[in-house]
Design a protein around this ligand. Sequence first.
Ligand SMILES: Cc1cc2nc3c(=O)[nH]c(=O)nc-3n(C[C@H](O)[C@H](O)[C@H](O)COP(=O)(O)OP(=O)(O)OC[C@H]3O[C@@H](n4cnc5c(N)ncnc54)[C@H](O)[C@@H]3O)c2cc1C
Length: 181
Amino acid sequence: MADVLIIGDGPAGLSAALFLAKNGQRVTVFGQDNTPMHKAMLYNYLGIPEMTGSEFQRVSRAQVQQQGGQIEDVEVTHAEKTDTGFAVTTANGDRVEGKYLVLSTGTNTKLAEGLNLEKKNKGIVADEDGRTSVKGLFAVGWNTRLIRTQAIISAGQGAATALEILSLEAGEDVHDFDVVE
Ligand SMILES: Cc1cc2nc3c(=O)[nH]c(=O)nc-3n(C[C@H](O)[C@H](O)[C@H](O)COP(=O)(O)OP(=O)(O)OC[C@H]3O[C@@H](n4cnc5c(N)ncnc54)[C@H](O)[C@@H]3O)c2cc1C
C-alpha cells in the first residue's frame, strides 16, 4: 500500500482519489472545495443528465471518503521531491510525505514551478497517463490543458493516472472492473 498525495479537489483530483482509495491505496486529497465547479450547471457529463456543479462536488467528495480516501480542507503551500518520494507543506504548517504526488490544481500551476516541471502555454507537460518528467509525479486535469477544459475530461485524466499508479504498485497492468452480482 502506497501513500498518494493529491493536491487539488476538483473532478481530476477526486477521480484519481476514488480509483486509488477503492483499490486500497492510502490517499490524501488537499483542497478547500474552491473549484469553479461551483459555478457550473452540468448538462454535458455523460450519465448525469442534469446536476449543479456544487452537487457534483458534494457527491464526489462523499464517494471518495466512503472508499476510504482522506480529504484535508487546506491549501498546500509547498511541494518537494524527497529521497523516498514527495513531501507537501500545508498552510497549517503540517508536512506530509508520500510515495507519489498528483498535481490536480486547476488553473493554479505555481507548485509546478517549485518542482521544476516543464510547462508549455497549454499547461504542465504530462503524457496521457499524467506522467511528468519527474518519476512518481503526475499532473492531471485543467493544469495540463489550460484551454478546452471540461469536468469529464479532468475526471478521465484522474482515472488514467490512478490506473498508472495502481499498475506501478502491482507490477502489471491494472483495470478497475466490477461486475454485476
Ligand atoms: C463558469 C464556469 C462554468 C462551467 N461549466 C461547465 C459545464 O457546464 N460543464 C463542464 O464540463 N465544465 C464546466 N466548467 C469547467 C469545469 O469547471 C472544469 O473543467 C473543471 O473544474 C476542471 O476540473 P479540475 O479538477 O481539472 O480543476 P479544478 O476544478 O479547477 O480543481 C482544482 C482544485 O485545486 C484546488 N487547488 C489549487 N491549488 C491548490 C493548492 N495549492 N492547495 C490545495 N488545493 C489547491 C483549487 O482550489 C480547486 O478546488 C465550467 C467552468 C466555469 C468557470
